[in-house]
Design a protein around this ligand. Structure first.
Ligand code: C2E
Ligand code: CA
Ligand code: CA
Length: 545
């Protein structure tokens, strides 16, 4: 443009009179100075205009019209030199300014990004990508109070076992898997969060919130009904789900969360795997269970527990061959409580390890000197979860000097189905020590005998519900006969428990049971009673307190 404009000016110049020529000279110079000035911040452009415009101008007017405009030509050249010098100096400052502004902008962008990353980390569970506890509580606080809301509290059943048995990698993969499965069941607009470990929570607001949440909870239970394949492993887990709902003004976020938690706990305490809607009555259950937990652990500290023994007799000779150790709590402040009433709570509250080991140790001490009598101790499935369990048993045997060959451990089948690998490895370890393992309560569940063989049980115990039917029910008789036949064929002996009549004893003998146990023979009684009756064989005289 500068070149064209100059050329145009020079071309016009020849046509004017003196005034017009003066105007051309004046406007060309003014325009060029103005252009260079305006382009100060675009250095190459400013310098080009200065070179293309001012150079030819000065030369042209230096010589034009016999040097009439020579002074202007020289002055413009000097002004141009001055402008170029100023541009060169100012431009560096300007460039620095731009650079520093760019750096500032980039820094700002990075700060924003870090801020976003930070809030993502603070609000998101990294393993599943779901909201975390903090985000969930924040959302819950936002929503509750504004309209009806419903939330579900989900806790996986059997997750800890998978984690302990197969390692954290499988555990993590399982969590990620179920998180995805839960998301697929989620109602629209609902929030799903992982609160930590194997705990999840879901939240939805709206007039239909409760119905939606219950639907979600049931869908989740259905999804977990079948075994899952995680990598190479087949695992089965369930979900215990508590649901709670609130209308505006009903209760705050924390109370709603607590209610869903209480309802979830209720499911856990009542056989796990299922959905429960919170109601006020559940708080009472929870308080009772909590109180019992405190009582049990206090009772353990104060030595309130005892072990009673119920003899098991040889089916043919009626001679006592062994005793079953049964926990008792006679010195409880609130009155004695049977094992069926406190063992489930001990299992849920993590006290069964201490209680079970107490029974084992006491039985080993009490029976050590009766070298003809074996002892059976009950194991709770929950004890298998302790990865150190085998070693603890070995330590009790070593410390009490009780020979492993006289120890039987009774387990129920429940654990076998959920955790075949861990169960098999515990049983193998116990057998390697020399102890035997007995399947308790056979006939109360659904186990097939052939399935049991691979665990290496040395005996099975027919449940007292089956024993009770044997007198009246022809089918029960056939079943017991078949069980004995099969078990013996697989190198397992059979004990029948809960024998209450001579008729039952007779029928069980006919069916081929090797040993019998029940009130018909002996009731469970404390050690000193057996010492007094002298039924367990000779022993160094022992004092009975
Ligand atoms: P279980 O292993 O089936 O124990 C046998 C139960 O049957 C005992 O009840 C015993 O008193 C009862 N019983 C024995 N003969 C008869 C009979 O002829 N008729 C009837 N109706 N009952 C009879 P108890 O002592 O109340 O124990 C209940 C359950 O508590 C036991 O069932 C066992 O599962 C659990 N348990 C007891 N002690 C321990 C322990 O030290 N550890 C663990 N984990 N569980 C224990
Ligand atoms: Ca038992
Ligand atoms: Ca039993």
């Amino acid at each position: 443009l500068a070149a064209v404009f100059s050329a145009w000016g020079f071309a016009l110049y020849g046509y004017g009179d003196a005034y017009a020529k003066g105007q051309v000279v004046f406007f060309l110079a003014l325009t060029m100075i103005a252009c260079v000035f305006c382009l100060t911040h675009l250095r190459p452009a400013a310098l080009s205009v200065a070179a293309i415009g001012v150079g030819p101008y000065s030369v042209f007017f230096f010589f034009a019209d016999h040097g009439h405009f020579r002074a202007i030509a020289v002055i413009l050249a000097l002004v141009a030199i001055g402008m170029v010098a100023t541009i060169l100096r100012n431009y560096n400052d300007f460039a620095k300014l731009v650079a520093s502004q760019r750096a500032l902008l980039a820094e700002h962008g990075e700060t924003l990004r870090l801020g976003e990353e930070n809030s993502r980390l603070a609000n998101q569970d990294p393993l599943t990508g779901l909201a975390n506890r903090r985000r969930f509580i924040a959302r819950l606080s936002e929503l509750s109070g504004s309209g009806p809301v419903a939330m579900a509290f989900l806790d996986l059943d059997g997750f800890k076992i998978v984690n302990d048995d197969y390692g954290h990698e499988v555990g993590d993969a399982l969590i990620a898997y179920v998180a995805k499965a839960f998301s697929q069941c989620l109602p629209e607009r609902a929030v799903l969060a992982r609160l930590g470990g194997d705990e999840f929570a879901a939240l939805v607001a709206g007039p239909d919130a409760l119905r939606e949440m219950l639907g979600f909870a049931r869908a989740v239970c259905d999804r977990l009904e079948h075994a899952l394949t995680i990598g190479q492993r087949t695992v089965s887990v369930g979900a215990s789900i508590g649901v709670a709902a609130a209308a505006p003004g009903d209760c705050d976020a924390h109370e709603l969360l607590r209610r869903a938690d209480v309802a979830m706990y209720h499911v856990k305490a009542n056989g796990k795997g299922g959905v429960k809607l919170y109601g006020g009555e559940l708080d009472l259950d929870r308080r009772r269970q909590n109180a019992l937990k405190q009582e049990i652990s206090g009772g353990l500290d104060r030595g309130e527990f005892e072990v009673h023994y119920q003899p098991i007799v040889d089916a043919r000779s009626n001679a006592i061959v062994s005793v079953e150790a049964l926990l008792r709590w006679p010195a409880r402040a609130g009155g004695p409580l049977g094992p069926d009433d406190f063992i489930p709570t001990a299992e849920e509250e993590g006290l069964i390890d201490a209680l079970g080991l107490f029974a084992l140790r006491r039985a080993c001490e009490d029976l050590r000197d009766f070298d003809k009598i074996a002892v059976s101790v009950n194991l709770s499935p929950a004890q298998f979860r302790d990865p150190d369990f085998e070693r603890k048993v070995a330590r009790v045997l070593a410390e009490t000097g009780f020979p492993a060959a006289r120890l039987s451990l009774e387990v129920t089948e429940g654990y076998l189905i959920g955790n075949p690998e861990r169960a098999a490895s515990v049983i193998a370890a116990l057998k390697a020590m020399g102890a035997s393992v007995v399947l308790d309560d056979f006939g109360a569940g659904y186990t097939s005998i052939a399935y049991l063989q691979k665990y290496g049980f040395s005996a099975i115990k027919i449940d007292r519900s089956l024993t009770a039917r044997i007198g009246e029910d022809e089918k029960a008789r056939v079943l017991v006969t078949g069980v004995v036949y099969l078990a013996n064929g697989l190198d397992m002996t059979v004990t029948a428990e809960g024998v209450e009549t001579e008729e039952q004893a007779q029928l069980l003998r006919l069916a081929g049971c090797q040993s019998l146990q029940g009130f018909w023979f002996y009731r469970p009684a404390p050690m000193c009673e057996w010492l007094g009756r002298g039924l367990l064989g000779s022993t160094p005289a022992a004092a009975c307190g």
